[in-house]
Design a binder for this molecule. Sequence first.
Ligand code: SF4
Length: 412
Amino acid sequence: MNNVTLSKPQGDLAGNSKVTGVGAKPVAPFAGADPKASPPFTLPDFNELQARITASTPADVERALQRSRRSSADLAALLSPAAEPRLAELAATAGRITRQRFGRVIQLYAPLYLSSYCANRCLYCGFSVDNQIPRRVLDLAEAEKEALILAERGFSHILLVTGEAPSRLGVDYLAELAGRLRHSFASISIEVQPLAMADYARLFAAGITGVAVYQETYDRQTYTRVHVAGLKADYDRRLEIPARVAMAGMREVGLGALLGLADWRTEGLALGLHLAYLRKLAWRTAVTVSFPRLRPATGSFAPLVPVNEKNLSQLLFALRLFDEDVGLVLSTREEARFRDGMIGLAPTRYSAGSCTVPGGYGDTGATGEQFSIGDQRSIEEVAAAIRAKGFDPVRKDWDPVFQETDNRATAG
Ligand code: SF4
């Protein structure tokens, strides 16, 4: 599928291939989402997107830099090899926009791993079902204890993470945990198995406000190569989940591509197209984009393509110029030196003091991590580095009371 001819360098790069998603339970879309506003998300063929990027000229880059509102064709130019000599200008423009739209603040969050069980076989992941690692699912009391350690360390934003094994950890567990934690944290997000729209709506009511669901790679061929077995092996099923999250009324949905699987420039353009689609579909749902680079993990999967720090920088800057309001996440997968260098340029959210083992905050000897961490600093050290650059590390910028107000407004 995906036979799309890209025409002119100007204008949007709209695809017309049909994407088939799995059905969700019927739930009324929330007030900010208009299902009639957009057809299902479609993506042009990955190779054709790549060709569009490669064809960009220095003149295309110049035009993209001069514009105040940038199209997906401009994004293609900014991601192209032709933009590399202009990286310093991209950085300066990205920094100016980021300060204008977000102020001099960076939000800090921590992941909380609840379970390392997974039914999928993803070649790049330490939790992949075939890997011989110690597996564990925290019970609710253990999960609450881990969360309170993070609260005591000063975190107000947490991301609950699990492998995809619904028989081990399902919606009832997440709803119960959210109910226990919602008054200790300003926001609770999840990165778990894809759920039905009704389940997302239920979790939102329970206190979960954000869902991260990364496509990992938008290249269909590579996707099939690295997702060998399990429900995640279905590319189309995965692709339609962010729209479902938004339609369920979540306040935030997180997109992402795992860098090192396919051409990073093309992943960036695909992310931009997905982002633009969600903007039209559900204007009240904020969108964040993450660019995790592959890290060493059990299974010793080697990156299929190289992605260096300069590449990652260009990706971050280009996305910031394309969408001035998108939240950009830079996690502890990256080294401290690189993360410090990016402060004030494009990212708006940093993880800190992260551990990728269930129970690892309370038990520092716990083993069975999903991947190794690049930036090992504590939250205090990360916050100090942010302050040293003249920025404010924000641990709380949202209060659950806003969500209660929002729920009442939506219900009305
Ligand atoms: S990437 Fe996610 S779904 Fe795949 S093996 Fe790891 S935890 Fe499971």
